[in-house]
Write a protein that binds this ligand. Structure first.
Ligand SMILES: COc1nc(N)nc2c1ncn2[C@H]1C[C@H](O)[C@@H](COP(=O)(O)OP(=O)(O)OP(=O)(O)O)O1
Length: 134
């Protein structure tokens, strides 16, 4: 499984999937492909939309994320100023180095599930969770 170590921005230092904000007029799918290209130089394909994440931070910041998995890609993963690409076994996902919410939905997504979830965070600490598999 190809993930990244994020080098800057929200969650810098954590392992995550490539991702970021939508540009004007962009769909989540287009954004997912562009972010992977920008962050690690690969073009993902065979993408499947698997979930919707809602994050509310206690300082008022909130974001909604669409989660995709990609079954293939073209290009060679490269390190960029934004991220370092990292390979992991499906059985060795490094949850201790990831956002706390991931352990509550990523295992099920890797097993084929679809989900919608709401999380409240105080900085990097998760305060509450509501995860529904659909
Ligand atoms: C709060 O919990 C989070 N959990 C998970 N799994 N992922 C998160 C969490 N908070 C943010 N993220 C992810 C979602 C996106 O992939 C990035 C968003 O980071 P940011 O808004 O800083 O976007 P950038 O990478 O800086 O994107 P641009 O290049 O578009 O500025 O983190």
């Amino acid at each position: 499984m190809l993930l990244i170590r994020k080098k800057r921005g929200l969650g810098a230092g954590k392992i995550n999937g490539p991702g970021g904000k939508l540009e004007p007029g962009e769909t989540p799918l287009q954004s997912a492909i562009r972010e992977a290209q920008e962050e690690i130089g690969v073009t993902p394909s065979q993408l499947e939309e698997r979930g919707l994440l809602h994050f509310q931070f206690t300082d008022g910041y909130s974001l909604q994320c669409t989660v995709f998995i990609a079954r293939a890609f073209t290009g060679e993963p490269i390190e960029t100023p934004e991220a370092t690409p990292m390979w992991f076994d499906i059985d060795g996902v490094p949850y201790d180095d990831m956002w706390e919410d991931d352990q509550y939905w990523l295992p099920q997504v890797l097993a084929g599930a679809h989900f919608i979830a709401w999380f409240e965070f105080d900085g990097e600490k998760m305060l509450s969770k509501d995860v529904r598999f659909v």
